[in-house]
Structure formats: C-alpha cells, structure tokens
Design a protein around this ligand. Structure first.
Ligand code: 5BU
Length: 254
C-alpha cells in the first residue's frame, strides 16, 4: 500500500495533494467534527484541537451566533495549525439551488470551506454546478456514498451510482464519505464518520466503530470523530489518543 505522501504525488487536485501531504507531515488521519452551537466554543475547540487533526468538520448552520468573523477567525486558525476546513453541508437539491446554497445565503460556504460534501441523489448536474463554483476557488468536494446511520438507504446500487458520478467529476470530487474502501484508486480519500473507541451507537441511529475497525478492517483513510472528542472530559488528551490510534492503524496497513 502507498503512503499518504506517495498518494499525494499522484493527485491532480491541489487540495487532495495538500491534505495527504499534511496528513503525513502532522502524522494524523483524524478529522474532528465540532458540532457545537456557539462561535466561542467552535473557535476555542479549533485552537486546542488544531495540532492533532488534518481536517476540522463544521455544521455552520447549527451555530446560534454565526457572524462573518467566525469564519475569518476559523480560517486563521486553520492556517496556523495547518488543517483543512470541511463544511458538512450535504447538498442534495437540483443544480440551480445547490449553487445558490453553496455561494450565497448567510454563510457563503464556497468562500471559506475548502471542502464540502453532497449527496448523489439529485444526479450529476447538481455536482457539476457545485464544481463550477468551487473549482475556481480551489475548493473540492466529497461524495456521500454511504452513511453511518442505522437503516441508511445509501447502499447497493445507490452507492455504485454515486461512485460513478464522483468519477465523472474527479477533478473536483477528491473522495467519499463512506463506511469502507470503495475504490483502489489511490487518489481518492475515504472519510468515515461514526467513529468512537467505545463502539456501539447513540439513541438516534448513529452507529460507531473503532479507529482500528474503520482503518484496518474497512480500509478507509480519515476517521471523523465528534462526541468521542468534544464531549470528553479532557478534550486534548482524547484527541491525542484518537490521533495515535488512527496513525497506528494506518501504519498497520502499510
Ligand atoms: P458523532 O458525534 O461522532 O456521532 O458525530 C458524527 C458527525 O458526522 C456528525 O456531525 C454527523 O452529522 C456527521 N455524519 C455522520 O455521523 N454520519 C454520516 O454518514 C455523515 C455525517 Br455523511
């Protein structure tokens, strides 16, 4: 299996190259999902978790006090600690609408989120529209090919078709949100949510696997951890443990 650095060299998309390179340099395949509702908490978590992560995932629309300064400050922290900002927007509408949702509205996502994601449900033109806006800004996208939640409908032929659409737009789609490795093409980066040391699930359908299960057994690249880290009593210590576990799992696949 290739190293992250060897894979970075094969990537044509600059953001994919950057992400794989910084994963190697920082020795981390940990993405943290910072699902908090206050700007201050978001920025404080970004600051303290910065050294341990390759990606910080946001749900910007759950903030109760969003303002432009939130994203300006977040970008500054991302630059300082060298991580990528990923807005987990899950676009799912017709092309015209997703274009507006990506570029306009309150959040202007395309202006600050280097990475976002979309469902394949609306077909290829929806992805083409996101690409038209994102590519000139050197942004990229992840295709949601599978979900971690119990009873998810994103499986079987749907997953296969989402892969086909992603490949059609491989200059912009740099990877997948999925639960297992979907392609052997080393330029695609596989991201997996639903990761927690304890395994199990929550009371609303989330299903968890350990970093080992995700990386070694399912063959994915980046683990996305939310409550496993930000709800822990010692957040930095926990981030460090997930980083170590993710990195050791990666080394085992080499
Ligand atoms: P948790 O606290 O680790 O359960 O948070 C998981 C995060 O990943 C949360 O922000 C979800 O919206 C997100 N997520 C997910 O859990 N499962 C999926 O399939 C996708 C996103 Br796509």
């Amino acid at each position: 299996m290739l190293t992250y650095l060897q894979r970075a060299a094969l990537c044509k998309n600059p953001l994919a190259k950057k992400l794989l390179s910084l994963m190697e340099a920082k020795r981390t395949n940990l993405a943290v999902s910072v699902d908090v509702t206050l700007k201050k908490e978001l920025l404080s978590l970004a600051n303290s978790l910065g050294p341990y992560i390759c990606v910080l995932k946001t749900h910007i629309d759950i903030l109760e006090d969003f303002d432009q300064e939130t994203v300006t400050a977040l970008q500054k922290i991302a630059k300082q600690h060298q991580f990528i900002i990923f807005e987990d927007r899950k676009f799912a509408d017709i092309g015209h609408t997703v274009g507006l949702q990506y570029a306009k509205g309150v959040y202007h996502i395309a202006d600050w989120a280097q990475l976002t994601n979309a469902h394949a449900i609306a077909g290829p033109e929806s992805i083409a529209t996101l690409k038209k806006i994102g590519l000139p800004k050197q942004n990229a996208m992840l295709m949601i090919a599978e979900m971690s939640s119990q009873g998810s409908l994103a499986r079987g032929d749907y997953t296969d078709q989402s892969l086909r659409i992603a490949i059609e737009h491989s200059d912009f789609v740099i990877g997948f949100i999925c639960q297992r490795k979907l392609t052997d093409d080393p330029t695609y980066i596989h991201f997996t949510p639903g990761v927690k040391f304890s395994g199990g699930g929550d009371s609303a359908g989330q299903q968890y696997r350990t970093p080992f299960q995700a990386i070694v057994e399912a063959g994915v690249d980046v683990i996305i951890v939310g409550r496993g880290i930000y709800a822990a009593s010692s957040i930095e210590r926990e981030a460090q443990l997930y980083q170590q576990a993710g990195w050791e799992a990666y080394l085992q696949t080499k």
